[in-house]
Design a protein around this ligand. Structure first.
Ligand code: APR
Ligand code: PHB
Length: 391
């Protein structure tokens, strides 16, 4: 098999890249190791930055998002039994975010690709990228019980943190930067209307809680839990009781609505960056190159930034014979990646209680939150980062 761009992985990065290239008249083949149902059901975050929303619309895959997604103008911060709203449009000159689940983004992209795009092969596992530093890189893969080779002009590794593409960048040329956190998130989906009309990020002495949503009738919520926690150890009542405690405020109007929990799972938290994001004709995009803890909801948005950068660069190289943007790919992406790493780290450390936190650490967290609620400059800094850095 032969194509211009071999794409490994059909997460949001690989799927959107295939769409952007198709729209630009560049052919690609997507290889995805899992089956379609798995990719369409995997629960991930659900906040799209303004720039991501614009990209999906321009790519022609924004119709259902515009019908079913929920535009949000702010978030609420809770701490010390107080509530404080951060007003995004007022602080950023009109920016919003969209609540629309990553799984739905993937479903829309898969439907578009299967309708009129290039090949998208499920249950096709990439085994290795070869010849990245030649003009003819290849992906060895296994599909329907047979080993095959995809000959490409470029390979883009969109195969997530556990993928194989990153391994093709020689170790002496690679640097990794990593931080793990001694806690994870227990996430739930529940059949009950969200208790608040915007997302609520809560810092409490018992740990972090986040109240989010998937639709007007489905609540998504998270609790900080110790590293290694088994979701099965948390009963539904225990989860609601703990959310109640961590979200508690001195406001008689506040009430947490409970409902049947339909899904529970624990996600670990880590910050990770691999540099560079390019080696010869192999490019990394999304989780294959970087991970952020979910506190700032940046994972999907970073993946979108990477593939938009790659698609623009390849179009410039193909149409104008100008390789400067391709050569700058890693540098261009990493600048934005590190801003998202900084923001996600800041949000995580401001809102979570580490197991070894001291009274001093608690006071600093509260002072950081107090600063956000009393300084428009500090608040605008959060709002700008949350709604997204320019592409
Ligand atoms: N061959 C083919 N496909 C592979 C291989 C392989 N060897 N290894 C992994 N994959 C597939 C995975 O099954 C997955 O579908 O690559 C895809 C990677 O998708 P994601 O993990 O969703 O990564 P990405 O597209 O970069 O999206 C980033 O995902 O983890 C979240 O928070 C993160 O929202 C962010 C988004
Ligand atoms: C989610 O709804 O899944 C979600 C929202 C905001 C975050 C992380 C996850 O910061």
């Amino acid at each position: 098999m032969r194509t211009t761009v071999g794409i490994i992985g059909a997460g949001p990065a690989g799927l959107l890249l295939a769409r952007l290239l198709h729209n630009a008249g560049i052919d690609s083949v997507v290889l995805e190791s899992r089956d379609r149902a798995y990719v369409e059901q995997r629960q991930r975050a659900g906040i799209l930055e303004q720039g991501t929303v614009d990209v999906l619309r321009e790519a022609g895959v924004g119709a259902r998002m515009d019908r079913e997604g929920m535009p949000h103008d702010g978030i609420e911060l809770r701490f010390d039994r107080r509530r404080h709203r951060v007003d995004f449009p007022a602080l950023t000159g009109g920016k919003q975010v969209m609540v629309y689940a990553q799984t739905e983004v993937c479903k829309d992209l898969i439907a578009a690709q299967l309708a009129d795009g290039g090949p998208l092969l499920f249950e096709a596992e990439a085994l290795a990228v070869e010849g990245a530093d030649t003009d003819a890189p290849r992906v060895r893969f296994r599909h329907e019980g047979r080993e095959d080779v995809l000959d490409c002009a470029y390979v883009v590794g969109c195969d997530g943190f556990w993928g194989v593409a990153r391994n093709a960048i020689p170790a002496p040329e690679s640097a990794t930067y990593e931080r793990t956190y001694p806690f994870g998130w227990l996430g739930i989906l529940a059949d009950v209307a969200p208790s608040h009309d915007e997302l609520v990020y809560a810092r409490s002495d018992r740990g972090f809680a986040l109240l989010s949503m998937r639709s007007p009738s489905v609540t998504r919520a998270y609790l900080q839990v110790p590293e290694g926690t088994d979701a099965a150890d948390w009963s539904d009542d225990a989860i609601w009781d703990e959310l109640d405690r961590r979200l508690a405020v001195d406001d008689p109007a506040w009430r947490l609505a409970r409902g049947p929990i339909t899904q529970k799972s624990v996600t670990p938290m880590r910050s990770y960056v691999h540099e560079p994001m390019r080696h010869g004709r192999l490019f990394l995009a999304g989780d294959a190159a970087h991970i952020v803890p979910p506190t700032g909801a940046k994972g999907l948005n970073l993946a979108v930034g990477d593939v938009v950068t790659f698609a623009r660069a390849l179009v410039a190289a193909t149409e104008k014979g100008d390789a400067a943007l391709l050569d700058a790919y890693s540098q261009t992406c990493l600048r934005r990646v590190w801003q998202a790493e900084r923001f996600s780290y800041a949000m995580t450390t401001m809102l979570h209680r580490a197991p070894d936190a001291t009274a001093f650490d608690d006071k600093i967290q509260l002072a950081r939150l107090d600063r956000l609620t009393t300084s428009k400059a500090a608040e605008a800094d959060l709002a700008e980062a949350y709604t997204g850095f320019p592409l």
